[in-house]
Design a protein around this ligand. Structure first.
Ligand code: ATP
Ligand code: MG
Length: 362
């Protein structure tokens, strides 16, 4: 008999609905592990970091936290932010502290239309829509370069500069990542998104690197689309999309648009990957802490559960990842929908329906 593979996972539910959806996702992951017949199991360690931790300790996470996290195979994250801590402190103190220090430079965000969920596009029931936004996660518009009060003159004359950083290496690695991902999909196509007609340095460099890398992938179709046109395309003819690669800011905006089109922010999954595997990668729903519905047991757990499936892909368990996705589809297809997607089920009932579907389809 072969040995059970044990994956060490750090769970950081953090704030708001993050706690509820991480609990739901853990339950689904543990179910899949139990059903693996001893093939693999999860060794969980939960960390209490977040805004409550901040209220007690004055920091968002243990100062040695990054060292501790290095010993894990991956991080399963909820959402961070609460009214007691300014947003830039909570975000940089925990989530971005991890993504930046663990060089999680590739952020993937699938946009998937689920059975039984109506999309604003009204195509959910008759068309299968499924594409992935690949976001450059380490530089671009979020490089943090610039400054304020640059005019040296008095009030009313302030000048602020916000600079985007594009390196040839940074562009190349994310673009190659997108092409490699496209090769694993039925529709082998990469759409590159920039605003290179108006931003003539970094985005033109991006376009040049894209055209050069494309030569190495003759089997993958390509297109270059401006971000404004791509926003329209997401709505008017998304059938045509498979992998969409874009800079930090553009992909951030496009992926929120994509998740809203799929029916709700609560459905959207995300992986922050360190593809070299020098550091653990982090899996989390795209949504935030949703303070308007937190602690009521009514949030949609699907974004977090679908992120757990991305984690299994990362662990080299694609069959198990597809099992989770099929169970999500079985649950929504049979009407187990939370309020954000027009149903009346609570978090617990939807999670239960997904676990039941896993047990039916062994
Ligand atoms: P944060 O500052 O943490 O990002 P936010 O106020 O921006 O919080 P989000 O979490 O981004 O809130 O949510 C935006 C909207 O989407 C809210 O109305 C929220 O209720 C809804 N929403 C987000 N996540 C979910 C979920 N898992 N289930 C249902 N609705 C959700
Ligand atoms: Mg938000």
């Amino acid at each position: 008999m072969s040995q059970t593979q044990i994956f060490k996972i750090a769970s950081i539910p953090a704030d708001g609905v993050g706690k509820e959806v991480v609990a739901a996702g853990r339950r689904v992951l543990d179910t899949v592990a139990e059903q693996s017949g001893g093939k693999f199991s999860f060794d969980w360690t939960e960390f209490p970091w977040g805004c409550e931790y901040y209220a007690e300790h004055g920091v968002m996470m243990d100062p040695n936290g990054l060292e501790t996290l290095k010993g894990f195979d991956s991080i399963y994250f909820g959402a961070v932010g609460w009214e007691n801590v300014p947003d830039h402190i909570s975000l940089w103190g925990l989530r971005l502290n991890i993504t930046q220090n663990f060089d999680q430079w590739a952020n993937i965000r699938p946009v998937k239309f689920l059975p039984g969920v109506t999309s604003p596009l009204r195509k959910a029931d008759d068309t299968e829509l499924d594409w992935i936004v690949v976001r450059e996660n380490s530089e671009g518009e979020y490089a943090g370069l610039g400054g304020r009060n640059l005019s040296g003159r008095g009030p009313g004359n302030e000048v602020a500069l916000q600079t985007a950083l594009f390196t040839e290496k940074g562009c190349e690695r994310i673009i190659r990542f997108a092409f490699d991902l496209a090769r694993t999909r039925t529709v082998k196509k990469v759409s590159s998104v920039t605003k290179s007609n108006a931003q003539q340095y970094g985005m033109v460099l991006w376009d040049e690197v894209f055209n050069r890398v494309a030569l190495d992938y003759p089997d993958v179709r390509t297109e270059s689309v401006l971000v404004d046109a791509m926003s329209a395309k997401f709505i008017l003819n998304p059938e045509d999309l498979s992998v969409v690669v874009a800079s930090n800011l553009n992909a951030d905006i496009l992926s929120d648009l994509g998740s809203a089109l799929a029916g709700s922010l609560g459905l959207a999954a995300s992986a922050n990957l360190n593809p070299e595997r020098r550091f653990p990668s982090m899996f989390e729903p795209v949504h935030g802490t949703a303070p308007d519905i937190a602690d009521q047991g009514i949030c949609n757990p699907i974004g977090a559960i679908a992120s757990a499936a991305l984690m299994l892909d990362h662990f080299g368990l694609p069959e198990e990842a597809r099992r989770i996705e099929a169970a999500i589809e079985a649950a929504t297809g049979s009407g187990h929908l939370t309020r954000d997607i027009g149903g009346s089920s609570d978090t617990e009932a939807v999670t239960e329906a997904i676990v039941a579907a896993l047990s039916r389809n062994l």
